[in-house]
Design a protein around this ligand. Structure first.
Ligand code: OGA
Ligand code: MN
Length: 297
């Protein structure tokens, strides 16, 4: 086990945290013990959580039990909550605390209930002009084995690029869209209405983290192409960068435990759901909240 007080990441401020925090891996992630997120959180505690969030990118709060209202209240400490895009099967909008699950409307496990795009490396809502800052998932029902979520650190991946590649992608933008996301994940094509509602957007491939000033690679499953490059060159460049980002040294695999409450930074990570559980028979349900971010630059 890593000694908490002794841990001083060179990126951290050096100020001790007012909670028990243990780094999980070299690539990011830390588990936090002894906090009850269902209760009041004062400004000093909120700031300390944010500091840890910026240092570790993924915070895993163990042993939590929050109602949906409590999750919404806790989430609001970190910004404006974002409505999920799209509609529920009955046409109603998603509630502000929505679910990520393999259960269908009747509560029956079914592979078709999972948004296919979740299985591919992505950063939340990068098909929006203003994508997500933070996503939070609270485990409600977990399969007996597997059902992991994986994260890859695109800050470390950027740092590890060759100077030639850094120079090559500086200033390049990629087009992200709902339509491309559907295509890339093999989901049924976006409807005309969805395309109108969610027109393509352009984001820099080299993104600057607005809070730390560090550079990250901003790509993923919602990307259509690199703007201004011939199609084959665009494809090859995206494939090369994604193969780089997906290397094991940048990845943290979160194996969910009962009571886990996880928050992650969409500005310097890609994530995906692992297909490593019995999706057709075991139950997996998490409550989700998302905080709106800022326009990438
Ligand atoms: C998400 C997501 C992955 C998972 O909630 O944004 O991608 O493991 N979830 O459920
Ligand atoms: Mn996601």
């Amino acid at each position: 086990m890593v000694d908490v007080q002794a841990h001083q990441d060179t990126r951290g401020s050096g100020i001790p945290y007012p909670f028990d925090i243990r780094p999980l891996t070299e690539t990011g992630g830390a588990e936090v013990f002894g906090l009850d997120l269902s209760g009041p959180i004062d400004d000093a505690m909120r700031d300390a959580i944010l500091r840890a969030f910026l240092e570790f990118h993924i915070l895993v709060f163990r042993d939590q039990s929050l109602t949906k209202d409590q999750q919404a209240a806790f989430s609001r400490h970190f910004g404006e909550l974002e409505h999920h895009v799209g509609r529920l099967p009955d046409g109603s909008p998603y509630p502000i605390v929505h679910t990520v699950t393999n259960l269908d409307e009747n509560g029956k496990p079914t592979p078709g209930a999972v948004a296919l795009g979740n299985y591919f490396w992505h950063t939340d809502k990068s098909y929006h002009d203003i994508p997500s800052l933070m996503t939070m998932l609270h485990a409600v029902e977990l399969p007996t084995k597997g059902g992991d979520t994986q994260f890859t650190n695109t800050r470390l991946a950027y740092e590890a690029l060759s100077p030639q590649m850094k120079a090559r992608i500086a200033g390049l933008k990629a087009e992200h869209s709902w339509e491309a996301s559907r295509r890339n994940s093999g989901a049924p094509p976006a409807t005309e209405e969805q395309k109108r509602e969610r027109p393509p957007v352009a984001h820099p491939i080299t993104r600057t983290h607005p809070d730390t000033g560090e550079k990250t690679i901003y790509l993923g499953n919602h990307v259509s192409h690199v703007i201004g490059l011939p199609e084959d060159e665009s494809k090859a460049l995206i494939a090369e960068l994604m193969a780089h980002i997906e290397q094991p040294q940048f990845i943290y695999t979160h194996q969910w435990r009962d009571g886990d409450y996880v928050m992650w930074d969409n500005r310097c990570l890609l994530h995906r759901a692992a297909r490593n559980y019995e999706i057709a028979s075991e139950r997996r349900l998490l409550h989700r909240t998302v905080i709106i971010g800022t326009k990438p630059y």
